[in-house]
Design a protein around this ligand. Structure first.
Ligand code: HMG
Ligand code: MG
Length: 294
């Protein structure tokens, strides 16, 4: 069976723009966020408080949040890897953060400059301080299905990392197929490995065209929060071969067809992604955006 409603966790401004070769001006990012809110999206992952040398595309995080006019009913989570990032995020007045762990040794090193084990030493004080400050903390797990350096990733390894984040106090866990290699059977198997599906979200990249099939499999397992990126922007600069996220338009088209509520106005969203594609100087990879802007 399917849920009657799905919460879309829009990551375009963060996961999308972090992987663009151009640095998008703050004013354009603010207009993007404003248009996404107009289109009915209620979770807008806005930026990351990471090291500006690692992700120069998001080095303007403080300026962005200072310029943001927050809408009622919309939350603006930001990625925070460590206490330094948390300090910056608190200064910017955020209410929702997300830490991001790796399920593999190689990606922990490449993305966080830490070992698989020592990443938790970075997260533990970050999460406890964030919770004490009254913030909501989401936990991402990357490379849940495959890793470009290590190949297939064992389910037990992903579950172990994820359960540690939940035990630290993360309210939700987003399971990331960072390089987009998963297929639906693998998704079902991973979800079954966790004790409580209600605390899980899924985060698919569409490299092999499986993101929607994987999403449907996850919904049938009881997942009700799905990450996606307007226009299919995105990827990850520290993961070779990670192409765009599942496009929000593709997701909304499927959910509209299934009669599953999202609160999103597809026409407004497509207009926004077409506008963003113009700003970036290249067409949106989303099939639905292309079909509806012909
Ligand atoms: P590090 O070099 O090990 O940091 O990087 P450090 O703790 O050794 O500190 C070195 C210097 O950096 C210090 O400055 C710190 O203050 C500074 P110094 O004392 O030498 O002058 N520093 C910072 N400055 C600003 N903001 C900070 C910060 N932290 C330290 N937050 C670190 C470790 C984690 C910071 C670095 O590796 C990093 O920024 N990584 C982020 C990489 C990233 O953003 N990747 C993309 C997001 S993950 C993703 O996209 C996957 C996802 O979508 C899910 C999926 O698809 O699977 C979420
Ligand atoms: Mg991602």
């Amino acid at each position: 069976s399917l849920p009657s409603a799905v919460k879309i966790w829009e990551v375009g401004a963060r996961d999308g723009l972090q992987n663009e070769s151009v640095v998008v001006p703050v004013a354009v990012k603010l207009e993007f966020l404003s248009r996404l809110a107009d289109a009915g999206l209620s979770v807008l992952e806005a930026t990351s408080f990471v090291h500006p040398k690692w992700v120069p595309q998001l080095a303007d995080a403080a300026e962005l949040l200072a310029g943001l006019s927050r809408r009622d009913g919309v939350v603006y989570p930001v990625l925070v890897p460590n206490e330094r990032g948390l300090d910056r995020a608190l200064e910017a007045g955020v209410t929702h953060i997300a830490i991001f762990a790796s399920a593999t040794e190689t990606f922990a090193s490449r993305n966080l400059n830490r070992t698989l084990d020592s990443q938790f030493e970075m997260f533990a004080p970050t999460v406890s301080r964030a919770l004490a400050a009254g913030l909501d903390v989401r936990g991402y797990v990357s490379m849940c299905f495959g890793d470009p350096w290590e190949g297939r990733v064992e389910r037990a390894q992903v579950v172990a990392v994820g359960e540690r984040l939940l035990e630290m106090g993360c309210s939700q866990l987003s399971l990331g197929d960072t390089i987009g290699v998963a297929t639906p059977g693998q998704v079902e198997s991973l979800l079954e490995g966790f004790r409580d599906v209600s605390r899980l979200a899924v985060h698919f990249h569409d490299t092999y065209g499986q993101a929607l099939s994987n999403t449907l499999a996850a919904l049938r397992c009881g997942v009700t929060t799905v990450d996606s990126s307007a226009g299919g922007l995105g990827g990850c600069p520290y993961a070779e071969s990670a192409t765009g996220n599942l496009a929000t338009e593709d997701l909304v088209w499927m959910l509209d067809g299934l009669g599953v509520e999202t609160g999103v106005d597809l026409d407004k969203l497509v207009e926004t992604s077409a506008w963003m594609a113009e700003q970036l100087g290249r067409p949106s990879p989303s099939r639905v955006v292309r079909a509806l802007t012909k």
